[in-house]
Design a protein around this ligand. Structure first.
Ligand code: ZN
Length: 174
């Protein structure tokens, strides 16, 4: 296993639509990538990490809202597709590609997502609260959408200003 480099906004790969994984890509390389993504996510203290964040322009992400405490909360979602959304939640959100930026973002309270697991089997799962927020945030990454795009115009402006400051101090490398 090895730690991968997490890229920061506005790295181009974060703003591109990821490529779907094809049948012949469900192999040992994919397993290795997923293992490395989990290790990288835990090391960085995150609860979700999408492939574009480690400069791989593909539609997959890993998540664990228990932070490594509960094995049943560990999920790998490949070719995720949101098939249902419902309700609303307004809460703090961060992103490993935006170090130091935490802000309130409106998301749906519940989502059903269809995806493939590492064996290539199609599954559907129902998520609520923080795990739903995580699924929506990470699926956005697969579509080249970052959480800055989901903020209110005021919060987006404030965040952009903060990013500029952090870049000047060298705390936000590219
Ligand atoms: Zn993110």
């Amino acid at each position: 296993m090895s730690l991968l480099k997490i890229v920061h906004y506005p790295e181009k790969v974060l703003l591109e639509v990821g490529k779907p994984l094809m049948e012949d890509e469900f192999n040992e390389d994919l397993k290795q990538l997923v293992e490395d993504m989990f290790e990288t996510m835990y090391d960085a203290g995150g609860v979700g990490l999408a492939a574009p964040q480690v400069a791989v322009s593909k539609r997959l992400f890993v998540m664990d809202c228990s932070g490594g405490e509960d094995e049943t909360q560990k999920f790998t979602l490949i070719n995720p597709e949101i098939i249902h959304i419902e309700g609303e939640q307004y809460g703090d959100e961060g992103c490993l590609s935006f170090p130091g930026i935490y802000t309130k973002v409106k998301r749906e309270m519940r989502t059903v997502v269809r995806f493939q697991n590492l064996k290539g089997e199609t599954q559907e799962m129902d998520f609520e609260d923080l795990p739903a927020r995580c699924v929506l945030h990470e699926t956005d990454h697969c579509d080249g959408i970052v959480f800055l795009d989901k903020m209110s115009p005021l919060k987006r402006e404030l965040s952009k200003r903060k990013i500029k400051k952090l870049q000047k101090t060298g705390k936000w490398d590219l």
